[in-house]
Design a binder for this molecule. Structure first.
Ligand SMILES: [Zn+2]
Ligand SMILES: [Zn+2]
Length: 293
């Protein structure tokens, strides 16, 4: 399973999750042109992905139409603003969301109900080779979620590096995805403990946020229990809950004004050192760069 961020941050979020010939997107917060072009670039960089999903010569559209679906985390613009035009081009691709998110997005983006497949938080469902389970996260919109996405673990002969996985990892490879997290709840940590790969929000540095000159109401919203996760909160969540399974970690949804990749990475690296887990591959996702976990 591979995870590639096509955009991560308050101006737009799209994440590609791919296994073999199948791929899904998490969120659709890029306009169609940018989404097609970044997906084309991401797949052109990698001949394997490109040949599996359709050549990307003009294959961006082919690739988009072959998606098994788009999973929505919540209704905010930076996660949904590309949906309307995307569905004009690819009405056959189903959009997955819980009922409250679907209702809000259908209303706000003026979409057809028929495009949506609703799930219940906590109830796993199958999507191609992916087993998907949404879990609740606190954020200031209706019923926001993160995801655990599992695929069968490749046979050890195929990927020798996986052969040394601890027994607890079982027969599946599991990806944890949580952005826009107001409070680092233990229930979210419990999901993180299941993960072999993880994307976790590391939104802001609290000092930069408080000195940002933004209106107090905006600072309170971001800092508050239904806002965004600070660097130290993300590091603490990993410190407390990451299990020996975790091999790769990406920091996501960094604030452009109230954080820097260096600060976020430094905070998390300190946690990984304390945990004796400097073996974990650490990446920082960006607003305008394609980054593979
Ligand atoms: Zn967001
Ligand atoms: Zn949000």
């Amino acid at each position: 399973m591979r995870v590639i961020s096509l955009a991560s941050g308050s101006k737009g979020n799209v994440y590609l999750v791919q296994a073999g010939e199948d791929a899904i997107l998490i969120d659709c917060g890029l306009n169609y042109k940018t989404l097609s072009s970044r997906l084309g670039t991401a797949t052109n960089r990698d001949a394997t992905l490109s040949s599996r999903l359709g050549t990307a010569t003009n294959g961006d559209a082919t690739l988009l139409s072959r998606l098994s679906g788009i999973l929505l985390t919540h209704s905010h613009d930076d996660h949904t603003q590309g949906l309307k035009v995307f569905l004009k081009h690819h009405p056959e691709v189903p959009i997955f969301a819980n009922a409250m998110t679907a209702e809000t997005v259908i209303h706000d983006c003026q979409l057809d109900e028929e495009s949506f497949v609703c799930f219940e938080n906590g109830q796993p469902f199958e999507l191609g080779p992916f087993s998907v389970k949404a879990f609740s996260i606190p954020h200031d919109t209706s019923d926001p979620v993160g995801y655990l996405i599992s695929v069968p673990r490749p046979a050890s002969g195929e990927q020798p590096s996986e052969a040394t996985q601890p027994k607890a990892a079982g027969n599946s490879l599991t990806y944890f995805h949580a952005t826009d997290v107001g409070t680092p709840l233990d229930s979210i940590g419990d999901q993180l403990a299941e993960a072999d790969l993880a994307t976790l929000e590391s939104n802001h540095d609290p000092v930069m946020l408080h000195n940002s000159g933004r209106p107090p109401s905006v600072i309170q919203r971001i800092y508050g229990p239904r806002g965004h996760l600070a660097n130290d909160q993300a590091a603490n969540l990993v410190r407390r809950f990451a299990s020996p399974r975790l091999k790769k970690l990406a920091l996501a949804h960094l604030s452009g004004a109230c954080n820097t990749p260096h600060l976020a990475e430094t905070e998390m690296r300190a946690a990984l050192r304390e945990m004796n887990r400097t073996d974990i591959v650490l990446k920082v996702f960006a607003q305008d760069e394609i980054v593979e976990l």
